[in-house]
Write a protein that binds this ligand. Structure first.
Ligand code: NCD
Length: 525
């Protein structure tokens, strides 16, 4: 059987790596697959069944369910399956992730990597970097599947959760009202819900957690941007008292291993706020079901054991769904299924908006740069550097411009008053006349808001205004501030820092781990 389905070679580092329609397609295929297997069928149409296809399960953090469901999914597919863990593989020998994976790609014509790691954004990086590398080297483009990266995301858990909710709602995706409870700050499965719940056309989500464990603002904002109605409660008692509780409750355990000291100390008290008690039973809406990505803390479970054999228990069936959704996802990414997809795919990458604008060059003679700077007859003047910023920052920016652009030439620079009385920096470089597109972009990244005047014959021949660039990358002195990010210098993974401006704000999002930064935060020097 040829495998040329349209998703072949795609990767899933975050939920949004599949469009909403593609996610719905996954749920449809997982549903068909489950029905066929439950009815005793052999589901041959869904199997990769190719001994030249390798599935590598790289689990550098603990896992039971995710790893075992993927291992079983690989067995279902009748492919080569290899397991790696932190202790026994070369990942423990100071080898970079990129080197280790590159080597494995060489062992089979076609591979898929399922990776759990504390390095946030690792799958996005590997797919961007090693995907093209593999193709250049004569292999099929490998798929990378994120099986949980630090506090960032857990997309395949998200898919099985949504599948389970849909199953409960009899595949009606028109509306969902659910509560997320527990450690919403550190738990990645609830972070992935900000995108995953978009599989439903209308979403009301209640966040139930004490402030120390609250959902990070960035995810709450994302939920609201996605059109969800979001309500916030500090404890189950407060939630039930509101009289507006949902019938779908999604619990998470306290992620003790990811907490800082100060929160850890308060863990028993915080846990109390999100632990279910017998006396709460009667306040639940009819037909309520409880979900949990598991594991449950056996010493202090937020869903106590007395609920196991009650109709509230939806978590057992939920965890079994991990097998079907992961097997269906592998069928998609290996190209076994996909030809009957007829929805909308991912949007094409948006064109970067222009941020270098040519401005009319005034006809009057060259600007007068008084106090110290001698007007240049011909050359280049960078003006309005960090205009309005504190003086120290302006000097830093001037320094950065000189370093980044390598302006080691006869030149002068300084801090001056603007017309409105604030301060700005100016750098003037006589003799230098050529300034290419690449330099313009770099200048814009280092000193957004500045203007560049090209002066010829005592006149401003050309003038450019530089806005905030849509992307900042390819600079030695930028770095992501998230020390769990795959690109953070402390990990020595040699992953280039790269930022994308978030539309509508002045902030920049790390391309790998998605951490948001202010413009000034991305510069490490
Ligand atoms: C979750 C995880 O690892 O993020 N577990 C899982 O994959 N089933 C949740 C957790 O560890 O609490």
């Amino acid at each position: 059987m040829t495998r040329n389905g349209r998703f072949k070679g795609r990767s899933v580092g975050v939920v949004g790596d599949l469009s909403i329609d593609e996610q719905r397609y996954l749920y449809r295929k997982a549903r068909e697959l489950k029905a066929e297997l439950m009815a005793g069928g052999d589901a041959v149409r869904y199997r990769i069944a190719d001994s030249d296809y390798s599935a590598y399960l790289v689990f550098l953090e603990n896992s039971t369910r995710t790893r075992e469901s993927f291992r079983n999914a690989a067995l279902f597919h009748r492919v080569r399956a290899s397991m790696f863990d932190a202790a026994s593989s070369s990942f423990a020998k100071n080898e970079s992730m990129t080197d280790a994976i590159k080597m494995l790609i060489g062992y089979a014509p076609e591979s898929c990597f399922v990776i759990r790691s504390k390095l946030e954004g690792v799958c996005g990086w590997l797919s961007d970097y090693l995907g093209p590398w593999a193709e250049r080297s004569g292999y099929a483009r490998p798929s990378f599947i994120n099986a949980g990266d630090g506090k960032h995301e857990h997309p395949t858990q998200e898919f099985l959760d949504e599948f389970s909710f849909l199953e409960q709602l009899r595949w009606d995706d028109s509306r969902i009202h659910l509560a997320l409870l527990g450690d919403l700050r550190h738990g990645r499965t609830v972070h992935s819900k900000a995108d995953g719940l978009r599989a439903f056309r209308s979403v009301v989500v209640d966040l139930v957690a004490p402030p120390e464990l609250a959902m990070p603002d960035a995810y709450v904002e994302k939920m609201r941007r996605n059109g969800f109605e979001v309500r916030v409660y500090a404890s189950i008692d407060e939630y039930l008292a509101s009289g507006e509780a949902a019938a779908i409750w999604y619990f998470t355990r306290l992620q003790l291993e990811r907490m800082g000291e100060s929160v850890l100390e308060k863990a028993p008290m915080l846990r109390k706020a999100v632990t279910f008690r017998k006396d709460m039973m009667e306040k639940l809406p009819d037909g309520t079901r409880f979900y949990h990505p598991l594991p449950r803390d056996r010493l202090a479970p937020t869903i106590p054991a007395f609920l196991d054999d009650t109709p509230l228990n939806a978590w057992d069936a939920q965890s079994a769904n991990g097998y079907y959704t992961r097997a269906a996802l592998m069928a998609m990414l290996s190209g076994v299924v996909g030809d009957d997809f007829d929805g909308e795919g991912l949007p094409a990458a948006a064109e970067d908006e222009a941020f270098v604008l040519e401005a009319p060059a005034s006809t009057r003679t060259k600007p007068e740069y008084k106090i110290g700077i001698k007007p240049v007859d011909s050359g280049l003047v960078i003006d309005h550097i960090a205009s309005g910023a504190p003086i120290e920052e302006i000097w830093n920016r001037i320094d950065k411009i000189r370093r980044v652009l390598g302006l080691n030439l006869r030149s002068s620079h300084g801090v001056y008053h603007t017309n409105s009385g604030a301060f700005k920096g100016i750098v003037s470089v006589p003799d230098l006349l050529s300034f290419g597109e690449k330099e313009l972009k770099r200048l814009g990244a280092v000193a957004p808001g500045c203007t560049l005047n090209l002066i010829e014959d005592h006149r401003v021949a050309r003038k450019y205004r530089l806005g905030m660039p849509p992307r900042i990358y390819n600079f030695d002195d930028i770095a992501c501030r998230n020390d769990n990010c795959v690109s953070h210098p402390s990990h020595q993974e040699h992953v280039e820092a790269s930022f994308v401006r978030k539309s509508g704000t002045g902030t920049f999002v790390c391309r790998w781990c998605e951490r948001e930064h202010d413009y000034s935060e991305i510069w490490s020097l």
